[in-house]
Each structure stands twice: as structure tokens, then as C-alpha cells.
Design a binder for this molecule. Structure first.
Ligand code: UD1
Length: 424
């Protein structure tokens, strides 16, 4: 069992370059199934979720070749759209739900285990199912498997009852090769929705309006291979922005799209942090005391739920009372107990957590309760007095490439150690 040891109290200074977006590439990889040929995806992050996804595709018959951050996929010879033999691997991944839309779109049927992912509340897939049914598919759930099948997929008008990134992308995947026009109304506008649409369009799809409330998908007969570069990761960018802010550091975060960070930059500025935007970089200069703020997570372009936990660490040491309201997921405050162990004063009432800022956090043994909570624990460790031990860092490996190398380059003191047993 691996864990991190962090010596807190170092300011982070220097430069860090952001890799491709996890949630985008986890849509692009299954989207490649639709072309039934070879494709190249560049700027692919070296993270565990990507590796796990590729392992699953290989089992389905996809040829996978990786060279540094270039990924070559040939989806011509997929042997089956039945993923039930891989229940254990697939069941652990949230983004495995895209196999439903992609395999349905290409083969007219699929069997995929219900998706897993971070345990942050009830995560239904009813909107995905509603979309597939509107396109003419029948969907059944039996013994933890989703069975989806359509004699023919036909374009339809689909209104999403909740703004869902996963359902929006999944319906796009199923509709690209359908006959006629599909309208997705109340669609998610996240940058990775746009990225998946751009990739499919480069492969010959005809998708309009991605990044707005209404997406139109004009069905085409077939797709072809292409070369595509993944957008930079908005959440990793935000995490390093908060690391600079928290440690009173000065970090130039390179290879980012500053516009994707508007909500985060605005909140950091409200806290008194300097955020300087460049063409494809953002410099963040942290200053204490941090001013207290109120944050509410919202679908893009609002404040991203995936940065709720890292932001909480800043609030924990801000000068006064801050609050964060989680409006996307119902149970995303499990990590607050870990922050309390470090001395944070926080009260959770329903979907709002209120912080009474303290002077400093103190290092102790804490655990990563999920991926983004893990990132928050790292930030807490970086500013804490003394040594912090973070267990369950396998969650962090799901989404952050070379985190400890990057932090050491910025002047942080962090080590990955192995207890050699299951009880770190
Ligand atoms: C994706 C991201 C995740 C991010 C989230 C919100 C991936 C692999 N994961 O997750 O990192 O935190 O977007 O930006 O890209 N909902 C329903 N029914 C559905 C689908 C969703 O009620 O069929 C609800 C969810 O419970 C949640 C909200 O809609 O309350 C948003 O969920 P969604 O955008 O679908 O998140 P995920 O795709 O699970």
C-alpha cells in the first residue's frame, strides 16, 4: 500500500505544464470505437484511469499502441459489444458508461456493467437511458448489467432533466451514426463535451452547438480516422492554481486554456490571490491572509464540482468565515473529517460546508477518500505545520500525472512510500 509523506510549509515556485484532460480523453477513447478504423490521439495523460480504459478496450479487440503521450487506436476488429466478462474492471470506472453509447452507435447493441467511479453520492444513469430510448433503443438492467439494443437508431429531440456531462456525451456517441437529426436540449457545456464533439467532427461527424445549451447532431453514414490533440485538463490546472494560492507560492501554469478557468480565477482573485492570464498560461501568486469567500458548484461555466475539495483547503485557512455549497453531487463532503483532523473548523449542514478559518493546519495521518479529495489532502499537507501522511493515494493516481515529481520541481517536499502491506 503506497502513501505520501509531505513536509509542509514550503512555498511552491516555478513552472508546471498541464497534460491532456482526463475527462476529455475518457470520452475520446470510446468515441474512437465509432470510426471502426485507426486514429491517433495526442496529449494523452499517463494516469491510471486512461490505462484501465485501454486495458478494457484491448480485451474487446481494439489494437492499442502508446508512445509517450501519443495514443494510437485501431478499432476495426472489435470482436464483441458484450462487455459482461469484464465486469470487475468496468464496474470500477465511471467513464465506462461511454461504452454503451459508442458500442450501441457502432453495432446497434451493447452489454455493459453499471458504472462505478468515485463514491460521491447517488450517480444514476437515467438520463443516458432516456436518451438511448429516445433514439429508438430498448434498455434493460439485469444483474448489474445494462443491456441496450436497437434495430435502427433514429434522430430525436431529447430534453435533459439534469445537466449531465456523461449523458450529453453518451447521447452524442449514440446519435452520430443514427439516421436524421438529434437535438440535445439542456446539454452540458463543459470543455470536454466540446472536445469530444470536435474529435468526432474531425472523424467526419456533423455535430453543431457543442458548448451551448442545445447540441444538434446530423447523422452521418460512417466516420474515418483522424489525428487529434486533447485539451488541457481544467481540473489539474485548478489544482495547481490552488496549490500556488495556498502555499503563498508563485507558479506559472503552462499549456492551459485560461478561459476554462474563469470561475476559479474569479474566486481566487476575490480571496486576494493574484491571477495573471497569458496566452496559454496562468501565473498564480498566493498571498496571506486569504479573504473568506462563498462558492457554489455549478455546471460549466460555473465553479466545477471537481475543484470543490481543493478549494475547501483554502477556505479552511482563510481569514474569517467561508462557505461552499455543493449543488452537483449530494455526498461530496466525506473528506471534511480528514481536514478536521488537521485542525480545520468546518460544519456541514446539508449541501453546505461552512469554514471558520484557522491560522494553520497541522500535519497528521489522513486519507484520500476519492480522487479530488486526495488532491485536497495534498494541498493541506503542503501548507500544514510538520509532516502529513496521506494514505489511499491510488485514488490520486487515477487522475494526476507525475504529481510528486511536479511538486518536487516546484520546491515541495513529498515522497511516495510503500508500507509493504495492505494496512498503510
Ligand atoms: C462527470 C465527470 C466528473 C464530474 C462530473 C460533473 C467524467 C468521467 N466524470 O461525471 O469528474 O464531477 O461530470 O462535472 O467525466 N445525473 C442524473 N442522471 C444521469 C446522469 C447524471 O441524475 O443520468 C446527475 C448526477 O447524479 C449529478 C449531476 O447529474 O447530480 C451531474 O452528473 P454528471 O454531469 O452526469 O456527472 P458524471 O458524468 O457522473
Amino acid at each position: 500500500m503506497e502513501y505520501y509523506i509531505i513536509e509542509g510549509g514550503r512555498r511552491l515556485n516555478g513552472e508546471v505544464s498541464i497534460t491532456g484532460a482526463k475527462n476529455a480523453v475518457l470520452g475520446l477513447i470510446p468515441a474512437s470505437i465509432l470510426c471502426g478504423c485507426a486514429s491517433k490521439i495526442e496529449n494523452v495523460p499517463d494516469i491510471r484511469d486512461v490505462q484501465k480504459y485501454l486495458d478494457i478496450l484491448e480485451k474487446l479487440g481494439v489494437e492499442v499502441y502508446r508512445e509517450q503521450d501519443n495514443l494510437y487506436l485501431n478499432t476495426e476488429n472489435i470482436e464483441s459489444s458484450d462487455c459482461s466478462p469484464y465486469e470487475e474492471e468496468i464496474g470500477k470506472m465511471r467513464a465506462s458508461y461511454y461504452l454503451l453509447g459508442a458500442l450501441l452507435g457502432r453495432f446497434g447493441k451493447a452489454v455493459v456493467p453499471l458504472p462505478g467511479g468515485c463514491s460521491i453520492g447517488d450517480r444514476p444513469i437515467d438520463q443516458h437511458i432516456k436518451g438511448f430510448e429516445a433514439l429508438g433503443a430498448t434498455v434493460k438492467i439485469r444483474h448489474g448489467m445494462v443491456y441496450v439494443e436497437a434495430e435502427k437508431l433514429t434522430g430525436a429531440r431529447i430534453y435533459m432533466d439534469v445537466v449531465s456531462v456523461g449523458a450529453t456525451i453518451n447521447i452524442i456517441l449514440a446519435a452520430v451514426l443514427a439516421e436524421g437529426v438529434t437535438y440535445i436540449e439542456n446539454a452540458a457545456k463543459e470543455p470536454h463535451v466540446v472536445d469530444v464533439a470536435n474529435y468526432l467532427n474531425l472523424m467526419g461527424a456533423n455535430i453543431k452547438g457543442a458548448g451551448t445549451d442545445t447540441i444538434r447532431i446530423y447523422g452521418v453514414d460512417s466516420l474515418h480516422g483522424c489525428e487529434y490533440s486533447v485539451i488541457p485538463d481544467q481540473i489539474t490546472t485548478g489544482t495547481y492554481m490552488m496549490m500556488a494560492a495556498a502555499t503563498q507560492g508563485n507558479i506559472l501554469i503552462k499549456n492551459v486554456i485560461p478561459r476554462h478557468m474563469d470561475a476559479v480565477s474569479a474566486k481566487l482573485r476575490e480571496m486576494g490571490v493574484q491571477v495573471i492570464e497569458e496566452d496559454d498560461g496562468i501565473r498564480v501568486i498566493g498571498k496571506r491572509p486569504l479573504k473568506p469567500v462563498k462558492v457554489k458548484t455549478l455546471p460549466y461555466p460555473g465553479f466545477p464540482t471537481d475543484l470543490q475539495q481543493p478549494m475547501a483547503v483554502l477556505m479552511a485557512v482563510a481569514n474569517g468565515s467561508s462557505s461552499i455549497t455543493e449543488s452537483i453531487f449530494e455526498n461530496r463532503f466525506k473528506y471534511i473529517d480528514e481536514l478536521r483532523k488537521m485542525g480545520a473548523e468546518a460544519t456541514v449542514t446539508g449541501r453546505t460546508c461552512t469554514f471558520n478559518g484557522v491560522e494553520e493546519l497541522s500535519g497528521t495521518r489522513i486519507r484520500a477518500t476519492d480522487l479530488r479529495a486526495g488532491a485536497a489532502m495534498v494541498i493541506a499537507g503542503l501548507i500544514a505545520d510538520g509532516e502529513t501522511k496521506i494514505t489511499d493515494i491510488h485514488y490520486i493516481d487515477r487522475g494526476y500525472e507525475h504529481l510528486e515529481d511536479n511538486l518536487r520541481n516546484l520546491g515541495g517536499i513529498i515522497r511516495r512510500e510503500n508500507s509493504g502491506n495492505e494496512e498503510a
